[in-house]
Design a protein around this ligand. Structure first.
Ligand code: NDP
Length: 451
């Protein structure tokens, strides 16, 4: 298919999606990024085209929006909005996290749910795609307030989910504490102890390695990518954004494999620690962020390194960058700064952290660049393994789960090579992930007829 025709088709498709979904910039951004790779592929494969697979994938199966009322510690009535986007279940029950953050809106959740469908397909596991959450901000709330909110949220959500229907997990603002409260309320309402949520505590049917999975998986993917260029992690300087779940365990694995993590951040600023993270500092980081729920600035005070309020970490010279905070946190200027400083690889821990301009720049520069739907799929992969263990009513060892995670990340890397190899021998991981994920979902949809 010639490129002019391909770009006309893409434009016409995107115009339809835009007209149907006005005021949803993040969702349109995610669809556009997939469409530019997938539409030319569809054009060359008539069966997908006739069945209008991409149009169907861009229309959620259903969306539930609901009121969440709760009472704060001062006795005030508080009202938030809850959501669940059930995007596509061609491959298995809807699966995807819940995000609690004041910025949450329908556009953001639809983009995340759309990405999730492709990501889950890439894992090779029987998982559909969904996403949900609320504009509730757990920051600064007491444990009791968070518990009351979670219970109220689940009091509506429970009727829409189930271990064979839709299995939520954590995301920004939803960690072990929130998953525990949500699970407790589901169990009470249904009188049923089942694998309805993943990311559960190890003491009540969670899986080993689930907290670590997204971050570890990212680094396993990075290792595979570096290998294609006869490079290795040992001795490389790494900048990570965020300091939450994904950032923490990406940092730990980098450290274990001999890399040097020199920067971490949160929404207030970043720390620059030229000596790099070590075991003692890592322990402190976990305590600070997960137990104290403190700010990253405290790390700089504790270890006497630089702290830069209100700034992002991308100007710190590094070999590798791993954005692990949020969408659109790394723009075109940041991308140019990174490559000017010699960065050779960018691996997304967060979902869509690089703007389209940044992605374009990395592809043009032919550095190693992995989109989140491939590189952060380790989290949902181990969630899939948690579901299997719950169904089997047994628990695999840490080593077993870690080995399965490694093998899934290796397989995702291979899928990217298979569909993303360019004529000059380089690999376009964006294209590889988009087409690789699409083919698996599309074939299942074709087999199941027009539903
Ligand atoms: P956490 O809530 O544990 O941590 C989020 C981190 O990002 C915090 O350091 C937070 O800082 C920072 N952050 C959040 N929003 C912003 C913002 N608007 N600007 C700057 N910094 C921000 O979340 P996770 O680590 O779980 O998730 C991080 C990313 O990874 C998200 O994009 C998520 O969708 C993605 N992801 C997560 C998976 C998982 O298994 N948890 C799986 C796959 C993807 P602060 O504390 O100041 O808010």
């Amino acid at each position: 298919m010639d490129t002019v025709k391909a770009s006309n088709e893409t434009e016409a498709f995107l115009k339809t999606i835009q007209d149907k979904n006005p005021h949803e910039p993040e969702f349109l951004q995610a669809v556009q990024e997939v469409a530019q790779d997938v539409l030319p592929y569809i054009e060359a494969h008539a069966r997908y085209r006739q069945a209008r697979i991409l149009e169907r994938l861009a229309e959620p199966d259903r969306i539930v929006i609901f009121r969440v009322c709760w009472i704060d510690d001062q006795g005030n009535y508080r009202i938030n909005r809850g959501y669940r986007v059930q995007m596509n279940n061609a491959l298995g029950p809807y699966k995807g996290g819940l995000r609690f953050h004041p910025s949450v809106n329908l556009s953001i959740l639809k983009f995340l749910a759309f990405e999730q469908v492709f990501k889950n397909a890439l894992t090779g596991l029987p998982l559909g795609g969904g996403k949900g959450g609320s504009d509730f901000d757990p920051k600064g709330k007491s444990d009791n307030e968070v518990m009351r909110f979670c219970q109220s949220f689940m009091t509506e959500l429970f009727r829409h989910i189930g271990p064979d229907t839709d299995v939520p997990a954590g995301d920004i603002g939803v960690g072990a504490r929130e998953v525990g409260y949500l699970f407790g309320q589901y169990k009470r309402l249904r009188n049923e102890f089942s694998g309805v949520l993943t990311g559960k505590g190890i003491e009540y049917s969670g899986s080993f390695i689930r907290p670590e999975a997204t971050g570890y998986g990212c680094v396993y993917m990075l290792e595979e990518m570096l290998r294609t260029r006869q490079e290795q992690l040992k001795g490389k300087k790494v900048v990570i954004s965020g300091s939450g779940n994904v950032a923490q365990y990406a940092a730990e694995k980098i450290m274990q494999l001999g890399g040097r993590v020199v920067a971490l951040s949160d929404s207030d600023g970043f720390i620059h620690d030229p000596d790099g993270l070590d075991t003692e500092k890592f322990k402190y980081l976990l305590w600070l962020k997960n137990e104290q729920r403190g700010r990253i600035a405290a790390y700089a005070r504790q270890f006497g390194c630089g702290y830069y309020p209100g700034k992002k970490p991308w100007a710190v010279p590094c070999d590798i960058a791993i954005p692990c905070a949020t969408q659109n946190e790394l723009n075109g200027d940041d991308a140019r700064t990174l490559t000017d400083n010699g960065c050779i690889a960018v691996v997304e821990g967060a979902n869509m952290p690089c703007t389209p301009e940044a992605v374009e720049w990395f592809l043009q520069k032919k550095i190693l660049y992995a989109p989140g739907k491939a590189s952060n799929a380790g989290g949902v992969a181990v969630s899939g393994l948690e579901m299997s263990q719950n169904s089997l009513r047994l628990r695999w060892t840490r080593e077993e789960v870690d080995e399965r995670l490694r093998s899934i990340m290796r397989q995702i890397h291979e899928t990217c090579l298979r569909f993303g190899r360019m004529e000059d021998g380089s690999v376009n991981y964006v294209k590889g992930a988009n087409i690789g994920g699409f083919v698996r979902v599309a074939d299942a949809m074709l087999a199941q007829g027009l539903v």
